[in-house]
Design a protein around this ligand. Structure first.
Ligand code: DGY
Length: 326
């Protein structure tokens, strides 16, 4: 009998096709998260699962899946999976690093320029028929050139964001758990500073850190108070890093000038107050949503499953498991 693979939501065909050539594959047709009892029913007899960030995979669930060999997350983040519990039960965990770097940095940069040049407001204004002629006072925004971007998290995506901002003649400051090596700093023309200095000096802050207990609410009311007045906030990383009620307050009080968000603290729910603010751009977690990136994610998740079920070491084990022998 062929091993069975459960794909917890629809994903691009490329990965599904690869798996169908080798295994019994079932795809749950809905994007909404499954109730835990449905997850158990669907996964109980599987050898592999391809999961999304909305699928909570924890010890009680894993205990119901004795034949499970691999959880291949269709995302670079994997905070939805209890990796220690998987490790204890001999279940491999993989993710999709490297293939969505450009796409995600592009969306962060798009949020930045959309806010600073008031693109959404301008589009609405034009569609309403309000454009009556070139107007020297109309919809003036903020120029990026010469301003300072503060990057929180200098991994692959943060570095790519730095490159994009550099190309627009911005000054690059960053904060990270550790400074990156000096060659990378030089290549990016980026300078490491403390979080407080980053908050105080950045005209725009862009978050590119993972969701961890340390980064939860890193940007809270106290952080907003330290930000340069009139700065912008961009978050295309994880919603939990920003205290969303404090963000709404900082926007309402005019402490910060605008926010561009692709992710939310209580995703998919969005703090009500943000919905009516003109100086906020809201996207539905589409950082990696290019055809190229999503195809690569699907193919990568499938290749990880294939390797695991054929007895090889999957190429993209999560860092906590990267040292496992094949
Ligand atoms: C990820 O991969 O972690 C993103 O948030 C979805 O692309």
């Amino acid at each position: 009998m062929k091993p069975t693979v459960f794909i917890a939501h629809p994903i691009p065909e490329i990965g599904i096709d690869r798996l169908r050539k080798r295994f019994e594959v079932s795809v749950h047709p809905e994007i909404r998260p499954m109730a835990p009892e449905v997850m158990i029913r669907k996964m109980a007899d599987c050898s592999a699962v391809i999961s999304l960030l909305c699928d909570r995979i924890d010890a009680p669930l894993l205990d119901q899946c004795p034949g499970l060999k691999i959880i291949a997350n269709h995302a670079v983040g994997y905070e939805n999976i209890d990796v220690a519990a998987a490790n204890e039960r001999g279940v491999l965990v993989t993710h999709t690093p490297g293939v969505l770097t450009h796409a995600t940095a592009e969306i962060a940069f798009a949020l930045l320029i959309t806010l600073t040049r008031r693109i959404i407001e301008a589009d609405r204004f034009t569609r309403k028929g309000l454009f009556i002629g070139w107007d020297p006072l109309l919809l003036r925004g903020d120029e990026l050139a010469g301003r300072t971007i503060g990057i929180i998290g200098m991994g692959r995506i943060g570095r790519d964001m730095a490159r994009k901002c550099r190309a627009f003649d911005m000054t690059i400051l960053y904060h990270n758990r550790h400074p990156v090596d000096s060659e990378t700093e030089k290549a990016l023309d980026a300078r490491y500073v403390s979080l407080d200095e980053l908050l105080a000096r950045s005209d725009a802050l862009s978050i590119h850190a993972p969701a961890t207990p340390e980064t939860r609410h890193l940007i809270d009311a106290a952080a907003f108070a330290k930000m340069k007045p009139g700065a912008y906030l961009i978050n295309a990383a994880r919603g939990e890093i920003v205290h969303e009620a404090a963000l709404a307050e900082a926007l309402a009080s005019g402490k910060i000038k605008g926010a561009g968000l692709d992710v939310y603290e209580f995703e998919p729910k969005i703090t009500e107050a943000l919905l009516d603010m003109k100086n906020v751009v809201l996207l539905p977690h589409i950082g990696s949503a290019t055809r190229e990136a999503r195809d690569r994610m699907s193919a990568m998740a499938a290749d990880n499953v294939i390797a695991a079920l054929e007895g090889r070491k999957p190429p993209n084990l999560v860092p906590e498991m990267a040292d496992l022998s094949p």
